[in-house]
Design a protein around this ligand. Structure first.
Ligand code: NAG
Ligand code: NAG
Ligand code: NAG
Ligand code: NAG
Ligand code: NAG
Ligand code: NAG
Ligand code: NAG
Ligand code: NAG
Ligand code: NAG
Length: 643
């Protein structure tokens, strides 16, 4: 049976290559070649013509393939260079196929019409080819969450239309390329709004040239790299910035004072570096929600007075920042304040949050300071105070709640919608509307949310409702969405588990459903509420595609019949092949005596090719290439007639 099946597949594949197609034949051949280099391609990929036969995930215009969206199909294999025949291709989304890998072929640079290239969550490795810089129409480039290594190709700077650049979560090393002389660099990307380059091994200094007032960047993410030197002064010139992350590097020196000009910044992360000098005055950051300056070597300073002017603050993280003196109770009056973490400083006096503190306050962690008193406040029952390793906990004999840190994590999980969950069969899961189904699952990762109070479930119910409505408005087959287990990871990213449920009439998604859901997230077509900030999604493999016949149900008779039929064809082809080979030899002999037989295109002088080898055209071919000997193609007349 196994062997028969292989013979069957072999014969079938030969058939596909032979049968004439109405799709542009290069496109058809390229897709058939991709198909045979992949496992788990959609079962609807039958016949040889991707356009005429409506292969799932393939869209065509005028019989040319313009888009391939195969997000989350469980594909495995590599991306062969054959793909470059798809010259009209505009969108290529292969996201969330983690077993699709190998290197990205340099020939990808030939896809001149490509505007969207998405490989997030695949298994690609090796260098990002330099040729990527020739995709001059590219708007959206997402190569994040792979294993790409080597340097960021400077040629990316030539992508003058680029809006989204995400190379995060790879193993990229070397320095950040900037232009010089003939070489391009990221400083040339004056239309790009997103630099997502975190979680790599980039090293060297951040070039002063990287940023300029011409830029329109809103998200600059370089966290968790190996960058050294100082923060460039030019960063303060990019007035459009909203999220700035340079945390978890090895930056040193003092913070440029013009950072205070960035009045649109919502999230500023400079933690876990070796920054020195005075604590910067950030009065000008009117829109700041989250600030993380932890674990740097600033000069000792009193609790910054400028905090009081920043009325949007939700989150202040200042571990080991050499703060001293008292924390003024007025600080806790910020109306949106949720989290205050200032461990391992020299803060002293009494812990008092005053009577008019923020009602969103969830956590005040002053572990390892010199706090000697505690004023309890009515209405602060939901606030988690941690004062371990302070005189108040070390000197007093009695053990207070606030002396023992309790690791509390959010337990949010979408509740059911006024219905009763009956137990579901096997591995099905009950939706918020109590329908048993196979949901599409994955993880949403928010790289810099503007809130930190995960105990306030309003954020998650808002997101759920927003996603459900948006997905339905994109005409996706979605009944409901469930979110659960919000948690912060070691990069301070907010992770959320997602389950997307199919309409109540169905219990699973078909392949079109899964790839469309994946695309909406991989292309960032879906934009979450603004306070969630930049995000990415990683889809889990889907195991229950609707409408795919299970292998056991294929009628063995059909397989044997098809295999036999295919093999008869194969034999015929072999005969044909042998015959053709003989004919070719005869033709070659004839050619060698032909005076025009050496027509060498490589050694052309100007536009005039050199003679090397000619080929014989059949009457049919000549007829086709000249459009039935159309007058339009007439280039003159000679002694033997028209040319
Ligand atoms: C693809 O690119 C070619 C050459 O740049 C251009 O002539 C053609 O119109 C493009 N096709 C589409 C669909 O944009
Ligand atoms: C960062 O750079 C230092 C020295 O240049 C090197 O020892 C270290 O391994 C690098 N770390 C990573 C994660 O690449
Ligand atoms: C930016 O900051 C610098 C120094 O802090 C200041 O001199 C300059 O006027 C500011 N520029 C703008 C546009 O606010
Ligand atoms: C911070 O800078 C503002 C002006 O930008 C100034 O008014 C204020 O006094 C400064 N605050 C401190 C504590 O230096
Ligand atoms: C500061 O450094 C300590 C020790 O490395 C670490 O445990 C803590 O999480 C860091 N704080 C922040 C906010 O990153
Ligand atoms: C707190 O520390 C500051 C200096 O760091 C000192 O001047 C002040 O007297 C201390 N206050 C208390 C109550 O210990
Ligand atoms: C929860 O968050 C919402 C949205 O930010 C806010 O309006 C509400 O006051 C918060 N509730 C609590 C109890 O913090
Ligand atoms: C996939 O499912 C959607 C709705 O759930 C349906 O409209 C569509 O026809 C299905 N596609 C295929 C190829 O079965
Ligand atoms: C991809 O997302 C962008 C917005 O980020 C949108 O303009 C574009 O239309 C989307 N592409 C498709 C094919 O939906």
């Amino acid at each position: 049976m196994g062997l028969q099946f292989q013979v069957f597949v072999l014969c079938l594949s030969i058939q596909f290559m032979i049968i004439a197609a109405t799709t542009n034949s290069d496109d058809a051949a390229a897709l058939n070649s991709l198909k045979f280099s992949w496992e788990n391609f959609p079962p609807s990929w039958r016949g040889s013509d991707p356009c005429d036969e409506h292969w799932e995930g393939i869209r065509c215009t005028n019989s040319r393939v313009i888009s391939i969206t195969l997000s989350g199909m469980g594909l495995s294999g590599t991306l062969s260079g054959d793909i470059t025949a798809l010259l009209e291709l505009q969108t290529l989304d292969l996201s969330y196929n983690k077993d699709l890998g190998g290197s990205l072929p340099a020939a990808i640079g030939d896809l001149k019409n490509l505007t969207t290239l998405i490989l997030v969550g695949c298994g690609f490795s090796g260098p990002i080819p330099h040729s990527i810089g020739s995709l001059s129409k590219l708007v959206y480039l997402s190569l994040n969450s792979n294993s790409f290594s080597g340097q960021i190709p400077p040629s990316i700077g030539s992508l003058s239309e680029l809006y989204w650049l995400d190379l995060a979560d790879n193993e990229l090393s070397g320095t950040i390329p900037v232009s010089s002389g003939d070489s391009s660099g990221l400083d040339m990307l004056v239309r790009t709004k997103h630099f997502h380059l975190g979680n790599n091994q980039l090293s060297g200094t951040i070039p002063e040239k990287l940023f300029s007032p011409k830029m329109v960047l809103i998200h600059v993410l370089f966290e968790s790299n190996n960058l050294t030197g100082t923060l460039p002064v030019s960063l303060g010139l990019v007035q459009t910035l909203e999220v700035v992350r340079f945390d978890r590097n090895r930056l040193s020196g003092s913070i440029p004072s013009n950072l205070n000009n960035l009045s649109h910044v919502n999230e500023l992360f400079l933690s876990n570096n070796r920054l020195t000098g005075p604590m910067p005055n950030l009065t000008g950051l009117d829109s700041l929600f989250s600030l993380d300056m932890s674990n740097n070597s600033f000069d000792a300073s009193d609790f910054p007075a400028w905090f009081s002017t920043l009325q949007s603050l939700t989150t202040v993280m200042m571990d080991s920042t050499q703060l001293q003196g008292e924390v003024p109770p007025e600080f806790f009056r910020h109306p949106h304040l949720q989290t205050v973490v200032m461990r391992h400083n020299q803060l002293n006096g009494t812990m008092d949050i005053g009577s008019s503190h923020s009602n969103q306050l969830e956590l005040v962690d002053l572990t390892g300071n010199q706090i000697s008193g505690f004023t309890s406040t009515t209405g602060a029952d939901n606030v988690d105070f941690i004062l371990a390793n302070n005189p108040i906990c070390e000197e007093s004999g009695e053990t207070k709640d606030y002396c023992t840190p309790n690791e509390e994590s959010s337990t949010y999980s979408t509740p059911s919608n006024n219905c009763r969950h009956d137990s579901c069969s096997s591995d099905q899961i009950s939706s918020p509307n109590c329908q048993c189904a196979y949901p599409y699952t994955g993880t949403l990762v928010f790289r810099a949310p503007s809130f930190s109070g995960l105990g306030n479930f309003t954020y998650f119910t808002t997101l759920e409702g927003d996603m459900t409505l948006a997905f339905q408005s994109y005409k996706l087959p979605v009944d409901s969405i469930s979110l659960s287990n919000p948690r912060k990871d070691s990069n301070e990213y907010l992770n959320l588990n997602v389950q997307v449920f199919p309409p109540s009439s169905e219990d699973s998604f078909n392949r079109t459903g899964i790839s469309s859901l994946g695309f909406v997230l991989s292309n960032q077509t879906y934009k979450p509420p603004h306070n969630f900030g930049p995000y990415y999604f990683i889809g889990d493999p889907y195991g229950h595609f609707a409408g795919s016949a299970s292998k056991n149900s294929i009628n063995i008779g059909i397989i044997i019949g098809a295999a036999a039929g295919g093999c008869v064809l194969l034999l015929l082809l072999i005969f044909a092949g042998v015959y053709a080979h003989r004919q070719k030899k005869i033709a070659q002999k004839a050619n060698e005596q032909n005076p025009f037989a050496h027509w060498d295109q490589n050694k052309s002088s100007g536009n005039i090719p050199q003679l090397k080898g000619a080929r014989c055209f059949s009457f049919e071919e000549v007829n086709k290439f000249t459009n039935q000997f159309s007058e339009a193609n007439n280039i003159g007349s000679g002694g033997y007639g028209k040319v």
